[in-house]
Design a protein around this ligand. Structure first.
Ligand code: HSE
Length: 402
């Protein structure tokens, strides 16, 4: 019998217990033996709940119990999750986590600790919820040099942009609705400012580069500036505004950015709507692949956590090599990347042409007192220089070229 502990009985932790209960029989067949949740670590007591007798408040109870082989961390946040997870690994237990904040900051260190102790540290659910992207990168796509990973990695903002596109409503109105429906958190900052997607692309880039990518280095813009007027322009251009987290190989490093992009109909991420996530991967041998599904939510995320538990159970006593050096990867300056830019300005056409040269105008009849145009291809640094010269910029959204 494999005995496990779950640290944090919130949305995902309770989902983990439910997944194990619901699919107990098939999960046991896959592991080759039984599985039991022995402890649940939480600050609460859960009086009257069937799990009450499993609840402990001191993580050392778990760390010091030789019966526990696998620990699930679903607490969220960097501390005390890091202290607890590190203690479990040092005590010779394998760990799986859904916690992107923890993995983005301490992933390489925890992988190294797991190696030292001949156990494993897995984190499938930390990116893309139920979408199997981490194992795909670490196992299925290891024959490739990954040239690009671009994805819609945040369900909240994708839901909001989809609603704004479908209903023509404004940012604040859609945010309120998303909160009422439980899609957006009471404090939605991490989602709408792009911080959540930033940590996810930093983790994925670390894995494809096999080096540490610090999320603080990733240029990150959220969707708070996107308005109903921008959506009108996007529709006129036959495009969709999507918050992309993208990483592209440049020489021996990557350009990494999180920002809203205007995607054409032909782009594989154009039709990814609502709370769904999708991650597009381009390998130098594979070509293109897409991973699509539920990127958040209790059971989809718990499904990925429990899949890690199964994998960990199958590898007790054997460390699975994972290349993630703590050596920092210096990511490329995103300002050196070339692209086209959609711009809204209150300046006159003559001024625009004087500074930007030939541009493509976008006329939306419902919008007065401003003009919209798409620049020719130029480096982001050149765009910034020209935008400063023009002044009166109301909006800029990157125009995806493919
Ligand atoms: N807040 C995240 C989202 C949850 O909306 O996608 C999954 O990380």
């Amino acid at each position: 019998m494999i005995k496990i502990a779950v640290m944090g009985y919130g949305t995902i932790g309770s989902g983990v217990v439910k997944v194990i209960e619901t699919n107990q029989e098939s999960i046991c067949k896959k592991i080759g033996e039984g599985i039991e949740v022995k402890y649940i670590l939480d600050v609460r007591d859960f009086e009257g709940d069937p799990i009450q007798k499993k609840v402990v408040h001191d993580y050392q109870v778990i760390a010091q119990d030789p019966e526990i082989a696998i620990v699930v961390e679903t607490m969220g946040g960097v501390e005390p999750a890091y202290t607890f997870v590190k203690a479990m690994l040092l005590a010779g237990k394998s760990v799986t986590t859904s916690n992107k904040a923890l993995v983005a900051v301490h992933g390489s260190d925890l992988v190294a600790t797991a190696k030292d102790k001949n156990v494993n540290f897995m984190f499938e659910a930390s990116v893309g919820g139920g979408i199997p992207i981490i194992r795909a990168l670490n196992s299925c796509l290891t024959a490739d040099q990954i040239e690009e990973i671009s994805g819609i990695m945040n369900g909240t903002t994708n839901y909001m942009l989809t609603k704004m596109t479908q209903d023509g409503s404004g940012f604040e109105e859609v945010l309120k609705e998303a909160q009422e429906k439980g899609y957006a958190e009471k404090d939605p900052t991490a989602d709408i400012e792009g911080y959540d997607a930033c940590r996810k692309i930093a983790i994925l880039t670390s894995l494809i580069a096999a080096q540490q990518v610090d999320f603080e280095d990733v240029h990150t813009e959220g969707i708070t500036r996107i308005s109903a007027t921008d959506i009108l322009y996007a529709k006129k251009m036959g495009r969709m505004i999507k918050l992309l987290a993208t990483s592209r190989q440049v020489g021996d490093t990557y350009t990494v950015i999180v920002a809203p992009f205007l995607l054409p109909k032909e782009h594989p991420l154009y039709n990814v709507n609502g709370v769904f996530n999708a991650i597009f991967v381009r390998g130098n041998m594979l070509g293109d692949a897409m991973f699509y599904g539920s990127g958040a939510g209790s059971l989809p995320t718990a499904s990925a956590v429990v899949a890690d538990v199964v994998e960990l159970a199958k590898h007790i006593g054997r460390h699975i090599e994972l290349a993630w050096s703590p050596q920092k990867l210096h990511i490329a300056d995103y300002r050196q990347q070339a692209g086209r830019f959609f711009v809204r300005t209150s300046a006159q056409r003559a001024e625009v042409e004087n500074i930007f040269g030939e541009v493509e105008y976008v006329d939306v009849t419902e919008v007065a007192g401003e003009i919209g145009f798409i620049t020719s291809e130029m480096k982001e640094s050149d765009y910034e220089h020209k935008a400063e010269q023009l002044g009166n910029i109301l909006q800029m959204i990157r125009f995806h070229s493919e």
